[in-house]
Design a protein around this ligand. Structure first.
Ligand SMILES: [Zn+2]
Length: 85
């Protein structure tokens, strides 16, 4: 991959949702592109990712238990991010 990945691709990459070949392509690109490497490394990316996940989850699911579980997962992710920094 010679071009930068889209933000959607980056989010999918960060989530681990991309297929193996696409993940490898972005991996290879990140090694040669400081811009994308910095974007992935920034915790801000993770925060926006979590927000996007939360929105998609909330709009897709009316089940309150599922939403509550997602909130708990989100809190755990944020706690882990804060621990690291
Ligand atoms: Zn790039």
């Amino acid at each position: 991959m010679s071009e930068c990945a889209s933000s959607f691709q980056m989010m999918s990459f960060a989530r681990g949702d991309l297929g193996r070949s696409a993940t490898q392509a972005i991996d290879a690109h990140i090694e040669t592109c400081q811009t994308c490497a910095a974007a992935i490394a920034e915790s801000d990316v993770h925060e926006r990712l979590v927000e996007a996940l939360r929105e998609s989850e909330a709009s897709r699911c009316d089940n309150e238990n599922a939403v509550a579980m997602f909130e708990a997962a989100r809190a755990a992710i944020l706690a882990a991010l804060l621990d690291r920094s």
